[in-house]
Design a protein around this ligand. Structure first.
Ligand SMILES: [Zn+2]
Length: 68
């Protein structure tokens, strides 16, 4: 597990991530990212964002009690 991820990296664990952009266009904020997808580039600062794990939470469709 890395301490932070960048656009193009694969999400290794679903959960909430703090996104740090180029500070000239927006402040850091949190998003939910899902296992297996790629962290996307930003529409405004491209590959600048860094995604830092805040709290992991399994996607419900991958959870043994709910997946089909
Ligand atoms: Zn941005």
């Amino acid at each position: 597990m890395a301490d932070e991820y960048k656009p193009g990296d694969t999400v290794e664990r679903s959960g909430i991530y703090r996104v740090v952009h180029d500070h000239n266009h927006t402040q850091p904020h949190e998003v939910t990212c899902v296992y297996g997808k790629k962290f996307p580039p930003c529409n405004h600062c491209g590959h600048h964002p860094r995604f830092v794990p805040v709290r992991f939470a399994q996607h419900i469709e991958q959870n043994e009690h709910f997946k089909r």
